[in-house]
Design a protein around this ligand. Structure first.
Ligand SMILES: [Cu+2]
Length: 247
């Protein structure tokens, strides 16, 4: 529209017919009252198919945009395949982690322990029933053998081979007992559920930490009393009441 016509109130648009050949990179020119404007490439989409997209551009032209690689099959099939791929990618991490479980043995005792390898240590998941209520010491013991009544076959605590002296107790400055762990607490019903993280051992020897699954394996032992994390050799934790071989 010319400026002169606009002043006279004359509205005489001269729209070009809708173009079906327009592309995103080459939008149609818009002619209006002798003036030519380049249509802006943005648009209002009003229909989408798997291979073609139709839209009104800013000047009310109908334009099309072809997708270079249209998905095969129908939209629902494509959507379901994409959803399935996403579900596979989002699988729980614990399903991929190196984990090892064992069943607790002991008089009136039941339950499991699971040891999961972590980049800088191990995570323990403990579910046990049949303990006396209160705090109990729990340690990694050096042999995977819970075959005798008092669980002495499980040996001493896991520690680095060749140590001249093993000092027990997480609260001791010179502590080097890799089997040390925080205590667990049994409720009045005798059940204890805990998750514990230790950076002192590994499952198979990663980064030089003592391996639980070495030639003679390892066991998780629960004691009758709490570990005070200070006194030798086991922090006053007393008798071994539960034992699980890590497999
Ligand atoms: Cu112990």
């Amino acid at each position: 529209m010319s400026i002169a016509n606009r002043r006279r109130g004359i509205f005489a648009p001269n729209l070009t017919p809708p173009s079906f050949a327009a592309t995103r990179r080459n939008p149609p020119p818009h002619k209006w009252g002798g003036e030519t404007k380049k249509a802006r490439p943005n648009r209002r989409v009003f229909f989408v198919s798997p291979s073609r997209l139709l839209y009104f551009d800013n000047n009310s032209h109908i334009s099309t945009l072809s997708l270079k690689t249209p998905p095969k099959g129908n939209i629902m099939r494509t959507f379901m395949l994409a959803t399935a791929a996403l579900a596979l990618t989002a699988a729980p991490l614990t399903a991929l982690a190196d984990s090892h479980s064992g069943e607790f043995k002991g008089t009136g005792i039941s339950g499991t322990v699971t040891v999961i390898d972590a980049p800088k240590g191990v995570v323990l998941k403990i579910e046990v029933a049949g303990l006396t209520p209160g705090w109990h010491g729990i340690h990694f013991h050096e042999k995977g053998d819970c075959g005798d009544e008092k669980f002495t076959n499980a040996g001493a605590h896991v520690h680095e081979h060749g140590l001249p002296k093993v000092t027990h107790g997480l609260l001791n400055a010179e502590a080097n007992d890799s089997g040390d762990l925080p205590n667990i607490f049994a409720n009045t019903d005798g059940k204890a559920t805990a998750e514990i993280y230790s950076t002192l051992v590994s499952v198979k020897g990663a980064t030089g930490r003592p391996a639980l699954l070495d030639a003679d394996g390892a066991a998780v032992v629960i004691h009758a009393n709490a570990d005070d994390h200070t006194t030798q050799p086991i922090g006053g934790a007393g008798a071994r009441v539960a034992c699980a071989v890590i497999k």
